[in-house]
Design a protein around this ligand. Structure first.
Ligand code: SF4
Length: 253
């Protein structure tokens, strides 16, 4: 188990994707194999969900994402760069990059080679530089240089998938989307709020149970909860705001 959890933690990053193999292990690590009948946690009642998100809201009324950006375009680029990288690592590179290129036009002017130089401290930087240039070209050619406002359109951009689209729609345009990264995936499963074998299952499950009034910030509350409290290797159950509601059989309180 420790090995599995260590492996999960090693994959921790800002807004990372959840590979299928990791997803399966995460589910396994959140259940007690012996308890045949109790493998499925008792679903949360609407009152419990409301209570949990009321507590998150009270503790942090205006949660913010940790990826630095200046506008929807730089947010999109930052999210694309954050795959399998930490927010801190991405911010370090984008601070200087965005100072010279905060629009698709300026990014194209800079060129792939120079973008590569700016982001060379980030994993997979060669491919990411290619994607940043390609998505900038596409934004100019097909969307008037603006980041589109639908998930389907954002998903057509090089390097951008469903999770990227959900982050951009939520943070740039205030849509009630739920981006499921490794933290949200773990919290959704462990707590029993929205168990699922894939990020999409967890996303749809969370959208179904979380009341609309919390959906604008729910994504950030869950990410921050997973990043700072419900840690992969050693969850801090003793200081957890929702430890009385959490369904994880291995919680320590
Ligand atoms: S009680 Fe523990 S396992 Fe449950 S959500 Fe809180 S930190 Fe995570």
């Amino acid at each position: 188990m420790a090995k599995i959890i260590r492996s999960l933690r090693a994959k921790k990053s800002g807004v990372p994707s959840v590979p299928k193999k990791v997803a399966k292990k995460a589910i396994k690590a959140t259940s007690k194999p012996a308890a045949k009948k109790s493998l499925k946690p008792k679903p949360w009642t609407p009152a419990e969900v409301y209570e949990a998100f009321s507590r998150f809201r009270k503790a942090n009324p205006e949660p913010k994402g940790e990826l630095e950006h200046l506008n929807p375009y730089t947010l999109l680029v930052a999210v694309v760069l954050s795959a399998q990288a930490t927010d801190a690592g991405v911010n370090k590179a984008t601070r200087t990059l965005f100072a010279v290129a905060d629009t698709p036009e300026k990014m194209l002017e800079l060129g792939e080679e120079k973008v590569r130089e700016y982001i060379k401290t980030i994993g997979l930087y060669r491919n990411k530089a290619k994607n940043v240039i390609a998505l900038s070209e596409k934004l100019i050619a097909e969307f008037g240089g603006e980041v589109p406002r639908t998930r389907a359109e954002i998903e057509t951009l090089p390097g951008a998938g469903r999770k990227t689209a959900n982050v951009v729609l939520n943070m740039a345009y205030g849509e009630h989307t739920m981006a499921v990264d490794t933290h949200v995936f773990r919290v959704g499963n462990r707590t029993g709020l929205a168990p699922g074998n894939t990020p999409l299952e967890v996303e749809l499950g969370l959208e179904k149970v979380i009341p609309s009034e919390f959906m604008l910030h729910a994504h950030h509350w869950l990410i921050l909860h997973g990043r700072y409290t419900c840690l992969a290797r050693k969850p801090r159950c003793e200081v957890c705001l929702i430890n009385d509601l959490c369904r994880w059989p291995e919680k320590t309180v």
